[in-house]
Design a protein around this ligand. Structure first.
Ligand code: AMP
Length: 219
């Protein structure tokens, strides 16, 4: 059985943190187009150069670019048993693309579930203003989840950064865009009866336990 889990939620909802924890338990990779794109930017690739300014402004990168990066990642061997999507789909066209890709598999051998991590805009703004990230994908929060050494990643030792798109003005824009693009996706997954809502304003371990409990009944 292949498992495809789709994590949805506003920026700062903790979907990346939850997806990574779940990936370890289920032994399938968590794939974040945002992370893949940041690596392209870091490596100064053609894609990275195209995406950099768009990402810093808080807008969405072209669907064709994101889909290209995603398909390349999905071809890797570790994605054989399924994957967790963290930050995809982000608009209706991406959702249609994903459904088409998943339809290539035998329906009886595939399990698809969407999880919406719900937090208020106020909470999202509060979290992102103090979020710090590493290029390796590790995420920290200055108050709730600080790195052991100030500004240094616990995992790889590189310098942490406050993402350009986590600055307050850009966050407001991202949240507005998120709601506009995400609402139709939520409605669609609810109609398909594959949507779970998770209260994201709780401690990390409590949310993870809730996710595992809810998934047990469907996977
Ligand atoms: P994230 O790390 O998920 O917050 O994504 C950071 C940025 O990468 C977003 O603000 C977008 O500019 C870009 N990005 C990530 N995922 C997508 C996607 N599915 N579609 C378009 N752009 C994306």
């Amino acid at each position: 059985m292949k498992t495809f889990l789709i994590f949805l939620g506003p920026p700062g909802s903790g979907k990346g943190t939850q997806a990574d924890l779940l990936a370890k338990t289920l032994q399938i990779p968590s794939i974040s187009p945002g992370e893949l794109l940041r690596q392209e930017v870091e490596n100064k690739t053609v894609i990275g150069r195209k995406a950099e300014k768009i990402m810093a402004s808080g807008s969405l990168v072209d669907n064709s670019i994101v889909e290209q990066v995603l398909l390349k990642r999905l071809k890797k061997k570790d994605a054989d048993k399924g994957v967790i999507f963290d930050g995809f789909p982000r608009n209706y066209a991406q959702m249609s693309f994903l459904e088409k890709e998943l339809n290539n598999f035998d329906k009886k051998k595939v399990s698809v579930q969407a999880l919406y991590i719900d937090i208020s805009d106020k909470e999202a703004k509060k979290r992102l203003s103090r979020r710090r990230v590493c290029i390796c994908g590790a995420t920290y929060h200055l108050d709730y989840n600080p790195s052991k050494k100030k500004n240094v990643c616990d995992v790889c030792g590189k310098k942490l950064m406050h993402r350009a798109d986590d600055k307050p003005a850009v966050v407001t824009k991202r949240l507005k865009l998120f709601h506009k693009e995400n609402d139709p996706i939520l409605k669609h997954f609810a109609r398909e009866k594959i949507l779970m809502k998770i209260n994201g304003e709780r401690p990390i371990e409590k949310i993870q336990a809730d996710i595992l409990r809810k998934l047990k009944s469907v996977l």
